[in-house]
Design a binder for this molecule. Structure first.
Ligand SMILES: [Zn+2]
Length: 129
Protein backbone atom coordinates (compact mmCIF):
# COMPACT_ATOMS: atom_id res chain seq x y z
CA UNK A 1 0.00 0.00 0.00
CA UNK A 2 1.31 3.43 -0.93
CA UNK A 3 1.94 5.88 1.84
CA UNK A 4 2.73 9.61 1.85
CA UNK A 5 6.03 10.68 3.36
CA UNK A 6 5.77 12.84 6.48
CA UNK A 7 6.57 15.90 4.36
CA UNK A 8 3.97 15.09 1.74
CA UNK A 9 1.35 14.47 4.42
CA UNK A 10 2.03 17.77 6.16
CA UNK A 11 1.95 19.68 2.86
CA UNK A 12 -1.35 18.04 1.94
CA UNK A 13 -2.72 18.98 5.38
CA UNK A 14 -2.38 22.66 4.39
CA UNK A 15 -4.78 22.06 1.50
CA UNK A 16 -8.54 22.32 1.19
CA UNK A 17 -10.37 19.21 2.52
CA UNK A 18 -11.59 18.42 -1.01
CA UNK A 19 -8.00 18.24 -2.28
CA UNK A 20 -7.05 16.08 0.70
CA UNK A 21 -9.89 13.71 -0.13
CA UNK A 22 -8.92 13.46 -3.80
CA UNK A 23 -5.20 12.92 -3.23
CA UNK A 24 -5.75 10.37 -0.47
CA UNK A 25 -7.67 8.31 -3.04
CA UNK A 26 -5.18 9.02 -5.84
CA UNK A 27 -2.39 7.65 -3.62
CA UNK A 28 -4.19 4.27 -3.53
CA UNK A 29 -4.06 4.12 -7.32
CA UNK A 30 -0.67 5.68 -8.03
CA UNK A 31 2.24 6.41 -5.70
CA UNK A 32 2.81 10.15 -5.56
CA UNK A 33 4.43 13.03 -3.71
CA UNK A 34 3.01 16.35 -2.57
CA UNK A 35 5.54 19.08 -3.32
CA UNK A 36 3.59 22.10 -2.17
CA UNK A 37 0.31 23.06 -0.56
CA UNK A 38 -0.14 26.47 1.01
CA UNK A 39 2.41 29.14 0.05
CA UNK A 40 3.09 32.22 2.15
CA UNK A 41 3.66 35.67 0.67
CA UNK A 42 7.44 35.31 0.99
CA UNK A 43 7.40 31.85 -0.60
CA UNK A 44 5.12 32.95 -3.45
CA UNK A 45 7.11 36.04 -4.34
CA UNK A 46 10.43 34.21 -4.18
CA UNK A 47 9.40 31.92 -7.06
CA UNK A 48 11.07 32.58 -10.41
CA UNK A 49 8.68 33.65 -13.16
CA UNK A 50 9.46 30.43 -15.02
CA UNK A 51 7.59 28.60 -12.22
CA UNK A 52 4.60 30.87 -11.75
CA UNK A 53 2.76 33.64 -13.52
CA UNK A 54 1.24 35.19 -10.42
CA UNK A 55 2.39 37.05 -7.34
CA UNK A 56 0.91 36.94 -3.84
CA UNK A 57 -2.04 36.81 -3.09
CA UNK A 58 -3.25 35.79 -6.54
CA UNK A 59 -2.21 32.15 -6.54
CA UNK A 60 -4.64 29.53 -5.32
CA UNK A 61 -1.70 28.31 -3.22
CA UNK A 62 -2.01 31.52 -1.16
CA UNK A 63 -5.44 30.88 0.34
CA UNK A 64 -5.91 29.19 3.71
CA UNK A 65 -6.50 26.33 3.32
CA UNK A 66 -4.75 26.12 -0.02
CA UNK A 67 -7.02 25.64 -3.04
CA UNK A 68 -4.06 24.38 -5.08
CA UNK A 69 -1.58 21.59 -4.66
CA UNK A 70 1.60 20.67 -6.52
CA UNK A 71 1.93 16.91 -6.83
CA UNK A 72 3.94 14.44 -8.89
CA UNK A 73 3.81 10.75 -9.54
CA UNK A 74 6.59 8.99 -7.63
CA UNK A 75 9.22 8.57 -8.90
CA UNK A 76 9.07 11.09 -11.73
CA UNK A 77 11.14 12.58 -14.50
CA UNK A 78 10.58 16.28 -15.14
CA UNK A 79 10.77 15.77 -18.89
CA UNK A 80 8.29 12.92 -18.99
CA UNK A 81 5.15 14.82 -19.98
CA UNK A 82 3.41 11.57 -20.81
CA UNK A 83 3.73 10.34 -17.24
CA UNK A 84 2.44 13.65 -15.87
CA UNK A 85 -0.50 13.49 -18.25
CA UNK A 86 -1.34 9.97 -17.12
CA UNK A 87 -1.16 11.05 -13.50
CA UNK A 88 -3.31 14.13 -14.16
CA UNK A 89 -5.94 11.90 -15.75
CA UNK A 90 -6.12 9.88 -12.54
CA UNK A 91 -6.39 13.03 -10.40
CA UNK A 92 -9.10 14.60 -12.55
CA UNK A 93 -11.00 11.31 -12.80
CA UNK A 94 -10.88 10.64 -9.06
CA UNK A 95 -12.04 14.21 -8.43
CA UNK A 96 -14.91 13.86 -10.90
CA UNK A 97 -16.03 10.63 -9.23
CA UNK A 98 -16.37 12.64 -6.00
CA UNK A 99 -18.09 15.60 -7.66
CA UNK A 100 -14.92 17.71 -7.28
CA UNK A 101 -13.83 19.67 -10.36
CA UNK A 102 -10.06 20.01 -10.71
CA UNK A 103 -8.03 22.12 -13.13
CA UNK A 104 -4.59 20.85 -14.12
CA UNK A 105 -1.65 23.07 -15.10
CA UNK A 106 -1.19 21.02 -18.28
CA UNK A 107 -4.69 21.92 -19.51
CA UNK A 108 -5.71 25.29 -18.03
CA UNK A 109 -8.73 25.71 -20.28
CA UNK A 110 -9.96 22.18 -19.40
CA UNK A 111 -10.77 21.28 -22.99
CA UNK A 112 -8.95 17.91 -22.66
CA UNK A 113 -6.66 19.05 -25.46
CA UNK A 114 -3.07 19.03 -24.16
CA UNK A 115 -1.20 20.54 -27.08
CA UNK A 116 -2.79 23.99 -26.85
CA UNK A 117 -1.50 24.73 -23.35
CA UNK A 118 0.47 27.98 -23.35
CA UNK A 119 2.08 27.74 -19.91
CA UNK A 120 2.85 24.27 -18.57
CA UNK A 121 2.75 23.78 -14.80
CA UNK A 122 2.48 20.01 -14.88
CA UNK A 123 2.63 19.50 -11.11
CA UNK A 124 -0.17 21.96 -10.41
CA UNK A 125 -3.75 21.00 -9.56
CA UNK A 126 -6.40 23.39 -8.27
CA UNK A 127 -10.05 23.46 -7.32
CA UNK A 128 -12.42 25.07 -9.79
CA UNK A 129 -14.99 27.24 -8.08
ZN1 LIG B 1 0.97 25.00 -8.07
Amino acid sequence: MNKFSKQSASRLASCHPQLQKVFTKVLEICDCSILCGHRTEVEQNALPSSNTQVRFPNSKHNSVPSKAVDATPFPYDEDDRERFSYFAGIVIGVGASMGIVIRWGGDWDRDNELKDNGFDDLMHFELVE
